[in-house]
Design a protein around this ligand. Sequence first.
Ligand code: NDP
Length: 320
Amino acid sequence: QRTIRAGIVGYGNLGRSVEKLVQQQPDMELVGIFSRRDSLETETSVFPVAQASEYADQIDVLFLCLGSATDIPEQAPGFAENFTTVDTYDNHTLIPQHRKAMDEAAKKGGNVALISTGWDPGMFSLNRTMGEAFFPKAQQNSFWGTGLSQGHSDAVRRVEGVKYGVQYTVPATDAIEAARAGKGENINKYEAHERRCYIVAEESEHERIRETIVTMPDYFEPYKTEVNFISEEEFLRDHQGMPHGGRVITTGDLEGSRATIEYSLDLEANPDFTAAVQVAYGRAAARLAAEGRTGAVTVLEVPPYLLSPTSLDELVERDI
Ligand code: NDP
């Protein structure tokens, strides 16, 4: 089978993780990285993103590793016109809109746009759909964490006097137990998650900073929030990673018996796992495009064997 020629757009946390994982694939080669910046710290070839379309014939799949807030809505359809793409767009409420824009662009260019891969959306979406499908009446809950929230960490760092700060989202154990027992119908996300902050600041500022954080509307105010002040040394030692994870729990009655399905993730580094899923779906996107498929495709529509570098015959023998 032919080697899949890959490109990356955007070299942040996700782009760096995709770079190292593409290099580990038996059936992929990395052509280059497209960035808005002139130079990046990498051994891989770097090209100006403005000239990306000139490389269309040399790339089978383009990994869009741009930010979801504004980059993806503004730029992704432009890439989909010229390349088969895979993104991790995670603004859940706007995914239907993104799908429509990517579908039009990808069809125009005769490409595949595999949208919203990663873990949530992505693997969690797949498990929500599969879980729900097995029960006449399913009870389903998603929990996130323990994990570092980028947005909430930025919010605590903006509080005056905070030298360093991070925020972890922690799911409530009793809510998880209730979900497993099929009693999750009234769980709301405020009760089901706590926010835990680790802050470095002058001691005289601690009370004011704590008060500002716990009363911050939307970000912290409806949640149970814990603010811990720690030393700079402890912060630099223990809070540099990007751990995350979570679980989708589905339970239901099967006309006389109950069954529970739980899909859980425990990730030491969020970008690495998000990239791992994106790379596997990149393989699927290239294969779908080679078969002549065009338009936007979601994780729900991809046959699982297309994710694997192993042949279908071997997978059937090994895994079924
Ligand atoms: P980053 O903020 O690290 O990178 C986003 C973009 O910013 C990059 O593509 C890069 O573009 C630019 N950039 C990065 N670092 C710098 C820098 N030092 N100076 C200037 N520009 C920089 O975001 P992440 O890689 O962490 O995340 C990307 C997206 O992945 C997120 O927006 C999130 O939505 C999504 N995600 C999805 C998940 C899922 O499960 N579906 C899970 C986790 C994340 P350029 O190279 O062009 O400058």
